[in-house]
Design a protein around this ligand. Structure first.
Ligand code: 6PG
Length: 472
């Protein structure tokens, strides 16, 4: 019997689409789902000569060529551990388990150790692109032992999205590195979405643009440097009519944003690694605030401050918002890449930021023309401290920061909440400040807790009796 090249466990949306993608690329794929009916239904609607469904895990495992390569596409968390438990009793030394879900990188570090101690290989594989990406080419971020990656690189790179002939899949680093990069991708995804939503607030509430006009604006923006998947789908969204009423669909969608947790993990990691990711954090907090719908409705009248809308609806405003959005986008990515840089030091990962930016260029949710510029920046200088310091980004920021300031002031004056934009300008100003206000924080710490301080003019740790003020 001819053996299958690879196996996929878990046939929900992502698993079934990924299996079809691998099968389309000419590989024989063994598929298995805990509830066989799910697999049967999937095959009934998607018959494929390269897909082979097995009813038991034993048959599934037996059908695979060695070393076996198995991708888990099951819900992140405990289900992954459960499947690994039942799978490993059936595997042979050097067989490879890949976790393709949105697992927390800490779990991936633990699982890598546990699984490899037992003689198997483990890869934590970040996969982005939703249903469509899984089916026709996702961005793939594999982490784990390089040796294990060598066995699966051909398949993963074949099924990945392509940009200028290059696969959007490359080895990321040891143990949890792949899932870490996927997590930061999601943190950036939250920021991109929040910045677009804030641009929508500004255009709608200050500029009074209609949905049809908004569709045109986003469509126009998508022809230039903001070109990206998220801008493109935003333009589409404004054109959709509600099938149940005369309204545009966007106007009947409830303004409460859900989340599955990867954005929150990114912010937790910013705190753990001591990274200023305030813009990314503000995007997660904005989702929390959006969820407080009842309180917001209650406060709307109670905290009404009657602000005048003194803004003129014109092209100049649209261009300022576009520039503010692009400048903030640079800052969001500067924070995301800074977080990865700090994590690389903490976890001893040798991350290649140019390669990571290239992976993000196609297939994933944050895919954008802009990613080429990030790849160029890190190709020129792999040790770049912060994206804002790259010559090209520096010039754009200097050109556009004025618009970011103007738009932020306008929003604050008119009572439009834009936390991501305002965090962007605050981060930019904080980062370019040679002398900050933290001398005062240090003085206060030393005053109330004798925590000591350093001086600008000599080495060492100093303490002062601050309460004894010199009166003369
Ligand atoms: C992707 C996405 C995906 C994520 C959704 C929803 O890269 O394909 O990041 O992994 O699950 O975008 O995320 P939230 O529910 O947290 O918004």
């Amino acid at each position: 019997m001819k053996k299958n090249n690879i196996g996929v466990i878990g046939l929900a949306v992502m698993g079934s689409n990924l299996a079809l993608n691998i099968a389309d690329n000419g590989y024989d794929v063994a598929i298995y789902n805990r509830t066989t009916k799910v697999g049967e239904d999937f095959l009934a609607t998607n018959p494929h000569k390269n897909l082979h469904l097995y009813k038991t895990m034993e048959e599934f495992v037996d059908s695979l060529e060695k070393p076996r390569k198995i991708i888990l596409m099951v819900q992140a968390g405990a289900p992954v551990d459960k499947v690994i438990e039942s799978l490993t009793v059936l595997l042979d030394k050097d067989d490879i388990i890949m976790d393709g879900g949105n697992s927390n990188f800490n779990d991936t570090i633990r699982r890598t150790q546990e699984v490899e101690e037992r003689g198997f290989k483990f890869l934590g594989v970040g996969i982005s692109g939703g249903e469509e990406g899984a089916r026709f080419g996702p961005a793939i971020m594999p982490g784990g032992s390089e040796d294990a990656y060598a066995h699966v690189s051909e398949i993963l790179e074949k099924i990945a999205a392509k940009k200028d002939g290059e696969a959007c899949c490359a080895y990321i680093g040891d143990n949890g590195a792949g899932h870490y990069v996927k997590m930061v991708h999601n943190g950036i995804e939250y920021a991109d979405m929040q910045l677009i939503a804030e641009s929508y607030s500004l255009l709608k509430n200050l500029g009074n643009f209609s949905n049809a006009e908004l569709a045109d604006i986003f469509n126009y923006w998508n022809q230039g440097e903001l070109e990206s998947y998220l801008i493109e789908i935003t333009a589409d969204i404004f054109k959709v009519k509600d099938p149940d009423s005369d309204a545009d669909l966007i106007d009947v969608v409830l303004d409460k944003a859900a989340q599955k947790g990867t954005g929150k993990w990114t912010v937790e990691e910013a705190l753990n690694t001591g990274t200023d990711a305030s813009l990314l954090a503000s995007s997660v907090f904005a989702r929390f605030m959006s969820a407080q719908k009842d309180q917001r409705v209650f406060a709307e009248d109670l905290l009404n401050v009657n602000l005048e809308n003194d803004v003129e609806k014109n092209q100049e405003l649209v261009e300022k918002i576009r520039q503010a959005l692009y400048a903030s986008k640079i800052i969001a990515y500067a924070q995301g890449f800074d977080l990865m840089k700090n994590a690389a030091i903490e976890h001893d990962w040798d991350l290649d930021f140019s390669s990571i930016a290239k992976i993000f260029r196609e297939g994933c949710i944050i895919r954008a023309r802009f990613l080429n510029r990030i790849a160029d920046a890190y190709t020129k200088n792999p040790k770049l401290h912060n994206l804002m310091l790259d010559e090209a980004f520096k010039n754009t920021l200097i050109d556009y920061q004025d618009s970011l300031r103007e738009v932020s002031v306008l929003a604050i004056k008119n009572g439009v909440s834009i936390p991501a934009f305002t965090n962007a300008i605050a981060y930019f100003d904080a980062y370019r400040q040679g002398r900050s206000n933290a001398n005062l924080i240090q003085a206060q710490r030393d005053y109330f807790g004798a925590h000591t301080f350093e001086r600008i003019d000599k080495e060492g740790s100093f303490h002062h009796q601050w309460g004894e003020v010199n009166e003369d």
